[in-house]
Design a protein around this ligand. Structure first.
Ligand code: SF4
Length: 234
């Protein structure tokens, strides 16, 4: 005899949804965002036993998910709401000043305006100004100041302020080229490289000089994350 198909379970999302993406990411076969990304919808039913309904209910930080078809078992022992979110290991709790669930912090952040082109250029070593005098080139580089926005920034409790980049500055090609290398050493934030858009963990830029140079001086202002490089002409 053919086996009877498993009964189906169906969920609903209420207007309380804050579009944090958590249910869509953890249960993509059941939830997805609506067209303008303002609210999740439960677009598909799931066969009973495929997931524990409490996992779907507890993932939501604002109690917007409910089971509307199927039997809800008693809440499992040992699983608790824990303010409604699954917390990843806090990498450095002292850096986090907002202790609300990460889904709420991310939902707020995702509604703000996107980052500036200038901030993105910093991560490629392209946010600089150059002034030339009779005997010098004066480069002023703006280094990345802010960890780019991504849901994992909040899920992993990463800081908003970018840790300092390391850098290496050299004259090459017989003084005709300035080479500037920058890289991010902080392992916590580097986890986001390759996950967030336009976020490589290093840059290498070469700047041809209109006159050969003989020496460089550099000064890094950690407060403003600005690197000044003075290149003396030969
Ligand atoms: S987890 Fe809750 S708040 Fe977040 S998208 Fe899903 S329904 Fe909305």
């Amino acid at each position: 005899m053919p086996e009877a198909a498993a009964p189906m379970e169906e969920y609903a999302v209420s207007e309380a949804c804050i579009a944090c993406d958590a249910c869509c990411n953890d249960f993509p076969d059941i939830f997805k965002m609506n067209g303008d990304h303002t609210r999740a919808i439960a677009y598909a039913q799931a066969p009973k036993g495929k997931i524990d309904p409490w996992d779907a209910i507890y993932i939501c930080p604002v109690d917007a998910i409910s089971l509307i078809k199927g039997d809800l078992p008693p809440p499992p022992e040992g699983k608790k709401k824990a303010s409604g979110h699954k917390e990843e290991a806090v990498l450095d709790p002292s850096l986090i000043t907002d202790h609300r669930p990460w889904e709420i912090r991310w939902a707020e952040a995702s509604r703000r305006d996107g980052e500036s082109q200038w901030e993105r250029m910093k991560r490629y070593g392209q946010a600089f100004e150059l002034e030339e005098t009779l005997d010098k080139f004066l480069f002023r580089f703006a280094l990345p100041a802010k960890v780019p926005e991504h849901r994992f920034k909040y899920k992993w409790n990463l800081p908003d302020k970018m840790p300092d980049y390391k850098f290496d500055v050299q004259l090459t090609n017989e003084g005709k080229t300035l080479k500037v290398k920058g890289w991010l050493e902080d392992d916590r934030v580097r986890k986001l490289c390759g996950v967030a858009n336009s976020f490589p963990d290093r840059f290498l830029c070469e700047f041809p000089l209109s006159q050969p140079a003989k020496e460089i001086q550099q000064n890094y202002n950690a407060q403003d994350k600005v690197l000044d490089i003075i290149v003396a002409k030969s």
